[in-house]
Design a protein around this ligand. Structure first.
Ligand code: FAD
Length: 412
């Protein structure tokens, strides 16, 4: 059995498969080692328009379109009776106007099957347990229930293992996060009471003074993903007594009008606690990290899959250069731009939980130009430095919220 490849990728989520598609396109041999048998459940169902750029570039849109996933044209935020609707067609950046809301089991499997068709070797049930790196050759050890312990060699390893965090754990790259411990509890349900008026885009209700929020992500098959995010202690409370508080909240939350009361749940609520993760570095000798194995802040702006797709693509692009004998500056060409994008989202996540975004979203008078610029960030275009809400992300949200508060206190 051939066990030598140009690149070995750990994990067949969107980061891994996008990297594989790019590498195959550039003529490299690829082995993907995936711990679980696909299709498998994973959370992260609302995409951002920016990921369409990468899917399109690699001609991966047709294999997704076949599944008739729910088209997502925007995102709607609610606070009590107030609504703030963003539509991607009304955004500042020159970006895609739509994307999808996807059941990840189907979405990830479609991408994995497609890259296999294009020539990637993909082993399911193959759990990576060790990696020995050097300047020229990497040796990956993995276990398989039928084949036992195996080794494969390659020139470069991409860690796309998501929450598996294979290399961050193995090489002691993990870093503490600065955000308070937050978690999520979620379920898929039969959305029998869905009405046309409610719309089909993702919607988010904030509550408990912006410390918690409910997401609803309708799918095209009439089911919907519903979850609550909040401080980890609150999520544990929601989970106790067989999820009594969770079911009560999503059933009786005033803004949801009983839509999710007494409708069948497709599985028992699942919980993820302390989801935020960070690393000291994104690359080392013979390897790089992409997707969630790098850093994950918060699900509030649905940025996870888009970052996975983008970092999978960009890391593969640099691996190709390196394997072709070109000099690659992993710090300047990879780490810096990836972290820049994450930093923009960090400002928005902080502004969300601090209440600044609520002030801006639900202001009595919203300036169209600002809302369009913010909309582009919500669509994932966080590298468009012509957008002042990207370029000055650290200060602009705070300043705008402050000005709105002063103006509104005058009106009162
Ligand atoms: P994954 O999709 O997790 O794939 C990693 C793969 O690696 C897995 O299949 C795993 O089995 C495999 N693996 C792990 N360990 C090993 C090993 N040792 N050997 C071999 N294979 C291994 N993102 C969005 O874009 N939209 C959302 O609406 C959204 N909602 C979210 C809600 C919550 C509550 C949370 C916590 C996250 C959410 N996310 C969302 C983030 C999203 O889940 C992730 O960012 C995304 O799945 C990352 O993709 P990935 O390819 O990096 O990793």
């Amino acid at each position: 059995m051939n066990n030598s490849y140009d690149v070995i990728i750990i994990g067949a989520g969107p980061a891994g498969t996008l990297a594989a598609a790019k590498l195959i396109k550039e003529g490299k041999t690829v082995l993907i080692l995936e711990k679980i048998q696909f299709p498998r459940f994973v959370i992260g169902e609302s995409l951002l328009p920016q990921c369409m750029n990468y899917l399109d570039d690699l001609d991966l849109l047709p294999c997704i379109e076949k599944h008739n996933f729910q088209i997502k044209t925007g995102v709607c935020f609610y606070h009590e009776d107030e609504v703030c609707d963003f539509l991607f067609e009304k955004q500042y950046s020159d970006g895609w106007h739509y994307t999808w809301q996807v059941q990840r089991a189907k979405f990830d499997y479609a991408l994995a099957t497609e890259v296999e068709k294009r020539g990637a070797v993909l082993h399911y049930m193959a759990e990576v347990t060790d990696l020995k790196t050097s300047a020229t050759q990497q040796t990956v050890t993995y276990s398989h229930p039928e084949l036992g312990m195996q080794t494969a060699i390659c020139k470069f390893v991409l860690d796309a293992s998501g929450y598996g965090r294979v290399l961050p754990r193995m090489f002691d790259l993990e870093e503490p996060v600065s955000t308070p411990p937050r978690g999520a509890i979620f379920v898929h349900l039969e959305d029998k009471n869905r009405s046309e008026k409610a719309g089909e885009n993702i919607f988010v209700h904030s509550f408990n003074e912006n410390t918690a929020w409910i997401w609803s992500i309708p799918f095209s098959d009439g089911t919907t993903s519903v979850g609550i995010v909040g401080n980890s202690d609150f999520i544990k409370e929601c989970e106790s007594n067989e999820g009594a508080l969770f079911h009560k909240l999503i059933g009786e939350f005033p803004g949801l009008d009983g839509r999710y009361k007494n409708v069948p749940r497709l599985f028992e609520p699942k919980v993820i606690l302390n989801y935020a993760v960070a690393v000291k570095q994104l690359y080392g000798e013979g390897y790089a990290l992409c997707g969630n194995s790098t850093e994950f802040l918060d699900p509030i702006f649905s940025s996870g899959v888009t970052f996975a797709v983008c970092s999978g693509y960009k890391s593969a692009e640099l691996v190709v250069k390196q394997l072709n004998g070109e000099k690659v500056d992993w710090e300047m060409d990879y780490s810096v731009p990836i972290k820049k994008g994450i930093d923009v989202f960090r400002s928005y996540v902080n502004a969300w939980y601090a209440g600044d975004l609520a002030t801006i979203f639900f202001a009595t008078e919203r300036k169209t130009q600002f809302m369009e610029q913010i909309c582009s960030v919500l669509a994932g275009y966080v590298w468009d430095e012509t957008n002042p809400f990207v370029k000055k992300h650290k200060t602009l949200l705070k300043t705008l919220a402050k000005v709105i508060r002063i103006e509104e206190s005058r009106i009162v």
